[in-house]
Design a protein around this ligand. Structure first.
Ligand SMILES: Cc1cc2nc3c(=O)[nH]c(=O)nc-3n(C[C@H](O)[C@H](O)[C@H](O)COP(=O)(O)O)c2cc1C
Length: 210
């Protein structure tokens, strides 16, 4: 199967059957998230992988009672940094220097530029910048799940503040942005499974400027 075949196969699952997924497949989806591109390489987010029936059941009512939240094998919570603190920025630059075996003047100048840029931005702008990176990671996870032929549902339909409180995210400098239940579709109740995939025609979406 090609990537395009797998993307045609995937859909936003509306119901899942509770079956487990292989740990190796879950790990590959998480690795795709870890490898995703982010602005300045800062990876300004964390994931929570929720697998217990109890916690999934507590989240369902604050996610518009969407059944996939409880029926999935694992519920991924994508949470963005609330702020790009100097410590968070430095962590990634220091890690880069360690991994690459030494500092470099160009990178250090860029570190200083980022410190200044974020110091000039208000806190909500910090979060918006981090949340944009979450969506890139969410896209990577969607594609990786399709490659594994594991069903998923990208979700914004939940009460962010209630979820932040339940998972104590704000105290960890994080704010929830998106959910991704992973599992296998319930053929009887997943009404989206058999529907034709509707997308705008290529020539409306893409314009070549030669
Ligand atoms: C950011 C984002 C948020 C979404 N939120 C929800 C949601 O809360 N519940 C849901 O059932 N589908 C949700 N969807 C799924 C979209 O409705 C779906 O991807 C779109 O209609 C295209 O259909 P397909 O993914 O089945 O091809 C969301 C999709 C994205 C990308």
């Amino acid at each position: 199967m090609t990537l395009i075949d797998n993307l045609k196969w995937r859909h936003a699952a509306k119901s899942m059957n509770g079956a487990p997924i292989a740990r190796e497949a879950l790990d590959r989806i998480l690795e795709a998230v870890r490898l995703t591109a982010t602005s300045s390489g800062l990876q300004p987010f964390e994931l929570r992988v929720i697998s217990t029936a109890d916690l999934k059941a507590q989240i369902r009512p604050i996610a518009m009672n969407q059944r996939q939240v409880e029926e999935c094998a694992h519920l991924l919570v994508f949470a963005a940094w609330d702020r790009f603190t100097p410590e968070r920025i430095d962590y990634m630059f220091d890690l880069t220097n360690t991994e690459r075996g030494g500092a470099n003047a160009g990178l250090e100048a860029y570190r200083a530029y980022l410190h200044q840029r974020f110091a000039e931005m208000d806190e909500e702008a910090h979060f918006v910048q981090a949340a944009k990176q979450v969506y890139i990671a969410l896209g990577s996870a969607l594609i990786a799940a399709a490659e594994e032929r594991i069903d998923s549902t990208p979700m914004e339909g939940f009460d962010n503040e209630a979820l932040d409180a339940l998972l104590d995210l704000r105290a960890q400098g994080l704010r929830s942005v998106a959910l991704l239940p992973l599992g296998y579709r319930d053929a009887e109740h997943d009404w989206n499974a058999g529907l034709v995939k509707v997308r705008r025609p290529m020539d409306e979406l893409v314009h070549f400027i030669d």
